[in-house]
Ligand binder design. Structure first.
Ligand code: CUA
Length: 371
């Protein structure tokens, strides 16, 4: 008799503790859900904020100004819309269930009805997701095919973009131009479609070429050629950056795409094709430059400097920035850079050449003539 009573009281205790467990489990789900919603909102707001917070909004993925970025945005919005709808339905049902069927006094005595094997429910949650995934696959593959199958016209501009730690070498094989960190392309218009086709290569590690308003990311992989194209229609400067961690100065591996209005691209090409001008006023700096190991890394066309490790300096002063966008290209920053590149960009492959102040001034005076 006593043992029977003890068993009864134990069973009651067990029921109470499972009920409590259920309660903490529900609270856990609620807390998890709240946390998930807050972090999702934080990420979304953070992204939109950083995209819109930029003066001029030039890295805004929501404001594409070129194909294929426009097409990618449309697919992304569709995917976001479908996923948001699913999230809202699932999260809504979950919250409803948690609130509606929360623990109530007197629940211990009974179990909720148990339902097994409902064909309708099982069919619904199998067929519906398959249909959704199928729609997403079709739309995505059509966009990918559209982008990948674009064929260059015979007179299209081709450029090879080569990733280095931590700068971009840009070559126009057909035009005989080599430059760095600033990709110049013609603007495309309805009556004159002018997409620029890019070949992407790397000489060291994996990088990724990304100019958000123009196109999606494309990886830049050693021993592999990747291809992409851009077709901006609005002249201007578009900012991008390396989107694959590639070492110490990954964050300062910026790229600028300069889109020229009709006619101006040809003028830029003509200027870049010229060999370096020789200014007799900069003879001393030229002597210092050629007496040091600068020549083993840099090319200045029209001179004996034919190094290939660093950026081509033939038209250095035509560029807006130094050190792959790390700083604007002004006489003062150029001087600081020559004085000690490691101060401006720690870890970059250009060493401090240990030049005297006078020599630095002379080299800067020489480089300023490379327009
Ligand atoms: Cu190159 Cu990151």
């Amino acid at each position: 008799m006593r043992s029977c009573q003890r068993l009864k009281s134990r069973l009651l205790l067990l029921r109470v503790s499972t009920a409590r467990l259920r309660l903490t489990y529900q609270q856990g789900i609620l807390r998890g859900l709240t946390l998930l919603t807050i972090s999702a909102a934080w990420i979304v707001i953070g992204h939109i904020e950083s995209a819109f917070g930029n003066p001029g909004g030039i890295t805004n993925i929501f404001k594409p100004l070129s194909q294929p970025a426009q097409e990618i945005k449309e697919v992304s919005l569709l995917v976001i819309a479908i996923c948001t709808t699913i999230f809202l339905i699932v999260a809504g049902l979950l919250v409803y269930t948690i609130v509606r069927y929360r623990h109530r006094a007197g629940d211990e005595a009974s179990e909720p009805p148990q339902i097994y094997g409902s064909n309708q429910i099982e069919l619904a949650w199998t067929v519906l997701p398959i249909l959704i995934v199928f729609v997403l696959i079709l739309v995505t593959s059509r966009t990918i095919a559209d982008i990948q199958n674009r064929k260059p016209a015979s007179d299209a501009v081709h450029a090879t973009v080569i990733g280095h730690q931590w700068w971009w070498e840009i070559r126009y094989p057909k035009l005989g131009i080599v430059t760095a960190n600033e990709l110049h392309v013609p603007a495309s218009s309805n009556n004159n479609r002018e997409p620029t086709f890019l070949k992407l290569e790397s000489v060291d590690v994996a990088h990724s070429f990304w100019v958000p308003q123009l196109a999606g990311k494309t990886d830049v992989i050693p021993n592999r050629e990747n291809r992409m194209w851009i077709e901006p229609t609005q002249p201007g400067t578009y900012l991008g950056n390396c989107a694959e961690y590639c070492g110490t100065q990954h964050a300062r591996m910026l790229i600028r795409v300069i889109v020229h209005p009709p006619g101006e691209f040809e003028r830029w090409v003509a200027e870049q094709k010229r060999v370096a001008t020789e200014d007799p006023g900069a003879l001393e700096g030229r002597t210092v430059f050629f007496a040091n190991s600068c020549v083993s890394c840099h090319t200045i066309r029209g001179t004996s400097a034919q190094g290939l490790f660093g950026p081509d300096l033939t038209h250095l002063m035509s560029r807006e920035t130094l050190a792959s966008g790390a700083t604007p290209n002004t006489p003062a920053t150029l001087r600081a850079w020559i004085r000690d590149p490691q101060q401006l960009k720690v870890g970059c492959l250009m060493p401090n050449m240990q030049l005297t102040d006078k020599e630095v001034d002379q080299v800067v005076a020489y480089l300023l003539t490379l327009k």
